[in-house]
Design a protein around this ligand. Sequence first.
Ligand SMILES: [Zn+2]
Length: 58
Amino acid sequence: MRLLKRCNCRYTIDQSLKTCNSCNHSFKSAYPPKFSPHDKYAEYRRRMKQEAKNRGIL
Ligand SMILES: [Zn+2]
């Protein structure tokens, strides 16, 4: 598992660093949360199903 962290100006693997001494921003995980298209469209599907019920399609 990689433990790369980043601030506004650079990357680091030093886990002891909390705040960058160059740009003054806090270090955060360099990896974005896992993208899940399934979850993204779940809400959309629920609304479409409700809409279909309201119109008497289902
Ligand atoms: Zn920085």
